[in-house]
Design a binder for this molecule. Structure first.
Ligand code: 6PG
Length: 250
């Protein structure tokens, strides 16, 4: 059963700082307990400010980079140096600036001609590093799109029903960028010890209210699929995104 926590921050900058501090705390605890920290980064624009905070002292010096293993919870099927690449955004805002061993950074094979094979390969890479069956990430970062999608699990898409695969390929996305994707399945997301769901901006407020407080309709609102089986779901919101929440989640 999921434990659900809410943290509502005044603005996107405070949200980024709080999220970055949370990542450091979880990394230090995981390394202390198991000698390793495994994280899947989210894409889009929201996490950029989080990564930039992690790249700066003091947080960059507090992170156990040598024991940290970085994956992505989804990726666009574009070259890794393409401006639309989630990997490129993370490298520019964080990974190129910190002392993480290159072999600890595991990008998806986003430019493969066979994305199904690339998804299956990525699942094997994960299984080789992340313990558990299904593999249990210490932390999976997610964002939520204006349509209620998360990772690259889009409304009414066949990937929502994928339960026996850890990673799946998708056709061109219904939202920009309209390119095929590779995405964690809900099964892999929900195996995590913790999911950090970052949502900022008033443009997401209505949809966030529907996802969190509305009727259950995961086919239409895939973000509702996120419910760690034996872990914590932490919603980290700014006040603008949280403004339509009726229940006091404080
Ligand atoms: C992607 C993301 C996607 C993102 C949401 C929110 O590859 O686009 O993984 O799921 O998290 O669309 O994106 P923003 O943070 O840009 O609003």
């Amino acid at each position: 059963m999921s434990e659900v926590q809410f943290r509502i921050l005044p603005d996107p900058a405070a949200l980024a700082t709080a999220a970055a501090q949370t990542i450091v705390e979880r990394a230090q605890a995981a390394v202390a307990e198991r000698g390793r920290f495994t994280i899947a980064l989210s894409g889009g624009s929201t996490p950029r400010a989080v990564f930039q905070q992690l790249a700066q002292v003091p947080l960059s010096e507090q992170m156990p980079w040598a024991q940290t293993y970085v994956f992505w919870s989804d990726e666009r099927a574009v070259p890794l140096d393409d401006p639309r690449s989630n990997y490129r955004m993370a490298c520019e805002s964080l990974l190129n600036q910190v002392a993480i061993p290159k072999e600890n950074v595991k990008p998806m094979s986003s430019q493969s001609a066979d994305l199904d094979a690339a998804a299956q390969h990525y699942a094997r890479v994960i299984q080789g590093i992340v313990p558990g069956n299904p593999p249990r990430f210490d932390l999976v970062m997610l964002g939520m799109g204006p349509d209620g999608h998360t990772a690259s699990l889009f409304p009414h898409s066949p990937q929502l029903a994928v339960v026996d695969a850890l990673v799946a390929a998708t056709p061109p996305a219904p939202l920009e960028p309209h390119v095929p994707r590779i995405t964690f399945s809900a099964t892999l997301i929900n195996a995590a010890a913790e999911v950090l769901f970052l949502v900022a901006g008033g443009d997401k407020a209505t949809r966030l209210h529907e996802v969190i407080e509305g009727p259950r309709q995961p086919e239409t609102l895939p973000a509702q699929l996120v419910a760690p089986v034996a872990g914590t779901l932490t919603w980290m919101l700014d006040q603008a995104a949280a403004q339509q929440l009726k229940v006091d989640h404080g």
